[in-house]
Write a protein that binds this ligand. Structure first.
Ligand code: SF4
Length: 496
């Protein structure tokens, strides 16, 4: 347990985020005022001084016997660049805590003090202000304390996506969430539901979805141009053939399909892909699909709760190619339980042999809502590879993808990622997924439908975003469908 005291004003959350980078499995507690640290392992005291032009922060670390370990002061004099005094204080505090803990633990955190999930957005914002690439890279390293290799990675991502960023406030993307899967993966935190428990209610779910989509589609068609459609989840192809066909009919019957630049369906689990679903997608104009192995090692697939084998992945990939799908994404995860570097080499090698247009490389994140986290809390054996090994896996993947001619084109980070690493989408030249780019860069309004979907109204001129979240729980979503739809329409009306 780590106690934090911040005086005179409370910036606990910012300190907590930095402390969690170094001690991801420790409880971090806000302990205001005098503090008995007998039940904790550490105490971090932070104070700051602010005047009109400068802010100085002092951070001290105490070990359990109340002996001061070390204290580092940090002065940030040019706070006006952050736009507000509060931002300057936050920054100053974060840097001082970061440096103190780095010194104490000797751990190199790859993304520095950056705890947000969208590093490439920082680069885009600087580019839009005409800051040149060399200066941006320096800012990433000196201001955010990002490691050299990660600064170079995010610059490459931006190079491969910046020109595709949306500038038209009238363009919109449609996202539809099908929050059901054939089984729940060990690491899943997406509130996905085992489809077999919902077969009786699936007609009701489709009715709710149809109501929500058709009520909004008229307004969307009248005032916006639909740019991309993305059906995700969950695993949309876990619907039976009949419900799946109905879903595609609802979509193509509701939106103006002429001029859509991209239509993606996540067909993530090969055990849910059938020839008739592939044919239905072709007929509906789906151009891009995802077939996600995560690992090509059968022991791992079993361990993480996926009811398919690696040979089924290859079989369904070939079937999709045969039926004309020439734009396929495949996901893989680094840091899966029981995996070593050779397993990752095998997975990546097997995927590269299939030559998909996109490969998305995820780092395992241990999310609060997952069964994996539950097992860790209960001290059950989960065989997670150590963070240093996951870093080696990532280094291997980065080097191999580069050698194989794939370009990194979008990226994001999540909380509790092993080794504090990242997720990166790679593509063959010319195959950047437009939806992924706009979604991560938050440059296009997204109309989200279905349980768990989040809509985002993007006010490009004001650099402002409004989130409208549907209920996560499937029953609650169905019960509140009218209210959900009205709220979304109300928010979108403010865009015109
Ligand atoms: S396929 Fe994705 S959404 Fe479904 S259980 Fe696995 S991690 Fe969750």
């Amino acid at each position: 347990m780590i106690y934090v005291v911040c005086e005179p004003e409370d910036f606990f959350y910012d300190i907590y985020m930095i402390v969690s980078l170094y001690f991801p499995y420790e409880k971090v507690i806000d302990k205001k005022g005098e503090c008995d640290i007998s039940s904790g392992s550490m105490l971090i005291e932070v104070s700051f001084k602010l005047n009109d032009s400068t802010v100085a922060s002092n951070c001290s670390l105490f070990v359990k016997d109340n002996m001061t370990y070390k204290s580092i002061g940090h002065c940030f004099e040019n706070h006006t660049v952050w736009g507000s005094k509060k931002k300057s204080v936050k920054y100053c505090i974060k840097v001082s805590v970061f440096k103190l803990l780095k010194d104490y633990t000797k751990i190199e955190i790859p993304w520095g003090i950056l705890t947000g999930i969208r590093p490439s957005k920082i680069v885009s914002e600087l580019k839009s202000k005409a800051v040149v690439d060399g200066d941006i890279e320096n800012i990433l390293k000196s201001k955010y304390l990002i490691r050299n290799d990660k600064a170079k990675l995010v610059m490459k991502v931006s190079k491969n996506s910046y020109n595709l960023l949306n500038c038209d406030p009238k363009r919109i993307s449609v996202y539809i969430d099908i929050p059901f899967c054939p089984s729940i993966c060990l690491y899943c935190s997406f509130s996905s539901n085992p489809i077999m428990n919902w077969s009786k209610d699936m007609d009701d779910y489709m009715d709710a979805l149809e109501y929500e989509i058709t009520k909004c589609a008229d307004f969307i068609n009248k005032h916006f141009k639909v740019d991309t459609i993305y059906i995700g989840g969950g695993t949309p192809t876990s619907l039976n053939d009949c419900h799946f066909k109905r879903l595609l009919d609802i979509v193509s019957g509701s939106f103006e399909m002429d001029g859509i630049s991209e239509f993606t369906v996540e067909a993530g689990r090969p055990d849910t892909i059938t020839p008739s679903k592939l044919e239905a997608m072709k007929a509906a104009g789906v151009g891009r699909i995802s077939i996600n192995p995560q690992s090509m090692n059968d022991d791992t697939l079993k361990r993480i709760g996926r009811n398919h084998t690696s040979s089924e992945i290859v079989e369904k990939f070939r079937l999709a190619r045969k039926l004309g799908f020439d734009y396929i994404n495949m996901d893989m995860i680094l840091g899966l339980p029981g995996e070593n570097l050779d397993n990752v080499k095998y997975t990546l090698g097997s995927i590269l042999k299939l030559s998909p247009e996109n490969i998305t490389v995820h780092t395992m994140a241990i999310k609060r809502a997952s069964r994996l986290k539950e097992k860790i809390v209960k001290n059950e054996q989960v065989q997670l590879p150590p963070a240093e090994l996951v870093e080696k896996m990532m280094d291997y993947v980065v080097e191999t993808m580069d050698r194989s001619g794939y370009l990194p084109y979008y990226m994001y980070r999540q909380k509790m990622m092993m080794g504090n690493l990242e997720n990166v989408g790679y593509c063959k030249s010319g195959f950047q997924c437009a939806y992924n780019i706009q979604m991560i860069e938050e440059r296009e309004t997204i109309a989200g439908f279905g349980a768990h979907a989040v809509s985002k109204a993007v006010f490009l001129d004001e650099n402002r975003i409004e989130r409208i979240a549907n209920k996560k729980d499937v029953k609650e979503y169905m019960d509140s469908i009218k209210e959900t739809t009205d709220n979304k329409l109300k928010a979108f009306k403010t865009l015109i």
